[in-house]
Design a protein. Structure first.
Length: 298
């Protein structure tokens, strides 16, 4: 029997824990976690993401602030806003929604966020801490952090000696995912577009994480019997069966085929997706706990 990992349910669980811990923090230390979300321009997908992040922060009882700046905002103005948020004691987490307009150097903006408020985990300090095996003191990017929670739900926290293959080496997903699995004592291989014989490599994986951005690229016969399959991919493909011009979401894994061989698998949608926002809330809570000198819940 294959376990279908219900990311929505696990995400609700994470958010409920965050809500309770935030309440306790407010009652005992007088601190309300504060999250500032910054968006520049009018990209519709970004607006949807930002709105749902701000809404979830309010649901968690956080102080939630959204800064919506016009598309022509200069880099200097954005950096000034970040500097203000860095200095604001009511803000514990700062998130700048990407992509930013062309005139702005995204890297410079991200690196301007104070590492202790970098709840996306993209600053070099947090990347370095994770790479150096000090994840407990870092902020880990939300999507791999959420994927790790799902893996732990089905396999427990000690993954010693398991073979993990991560397909994709982006800074946002693949690389931090590999570091998390390494920290959990897996033997980790990171695959990418230049990897030879990817199907054979994937067949060695007890834990297979797909973060490629190619619809259903990973086929069922690439999956080892009983493997845990985490599909990070979110791809929109045409769905003529739903009507003209309609689309549907699929992952990077051919789900129907892979489900027959996997021991556990995340669906798309409803797998990793909901975990990303939940982990953003968890990271913001952790930041507020650290600022209040309290031990964050694990
Ligand atoms: P990137 O485009 O930054 O990285 C994709 C990676 O896949 C690269 O390392 C690339 O290799 C590798 N790759 C591309 N083609 C192949 C191939 N044919 N064989 C092997 N490897 C290949 O993507 P992201 O990491 O940002 O995102 C990956 C997927 O996850 C996307 O579908 C994205 O939408 C989704 N996503 C989902 C999130 C969620 O909340 N669930 C959050 C973030 C992303 P190379 O480096 O050699 O080019």
């Amino acid at each position: 029997m294959t376990t279908v990992i219900d990311g929505k349910l696990v995400a609700e669980d994470v958010v409920a824990t965050v809500q309770k811990a935030a309440e306790l923090l407010r009652a005992e230390a007088g601190v309300t976690p504060g999250l500032a979300v910054v968006i520049v321009g009018e990209d519709p997908a970004s607006q949807v993401y930002v709105a749902s992040k701000s809404r979830k922060a309010k649901d968690c009882g956080f102080h939630s602030v959204q800064h919506t700046l016009p598309a022509e905002t200069s880099q200097a103005d954005l950096l000034a806003l970040i500097a203000g948020l860095n200095a604001d004691p009511e803000i514990h987490g700062i998130l700048v929604q990407l992509p930013l307009p062309e005139q702005i150097d995204s890297g410079a903006v991200i690196q301007a966020i104070a590492p202790e408020k970098d709840v996306d985990g993209f600053t070099y300090v947090n990347v370095g801490k994770l790479g150096a095996g000090a994840a407990e003191t870092a902020f880990v990017p939300c999507t791999p952090a959420g994927s790790m929670v799902l893996i732990e739900r089905v396999r427990g926290r000690d993954l010693s000696g398991l073979n993990a293959v991560v397909v994709g080496r982006s800074n946002i997903v693949g690389k931090p995912m590999a570091n998390l699995l390494l920290a959990a004592n897996c033997t980790v291989t990171v695959a990418h577009s230049r990897t030879h014989d990817l199907p054979a490599l994937c067949r060695t994986a007890d834990i297979l994480v797909a973060a490629v951005g190619r619809p259903e690229m990973i086929r069922g016969d690439w999956v080892k019997e009983g493997a845990t399959v985490i599909d990070v991919g979110i791809n929109r493909i045409p769905a003529p069966e739903k009507g003209e011009g309609k689309q549907r979401l699929v992952g990077d894994v051919a789900y129907a085929e892979a489900e027959r061989r996997a021991g556990a698998i995340t669906p798309v949608p409803g797998g990793v997706g909901p975990m990303t926002i939940a982990m953003l809330m968890a990271n913001t809570l952790v930041s507020a706990c650290r600022a209040a000198g309290r031990t964050p819940p694990r």
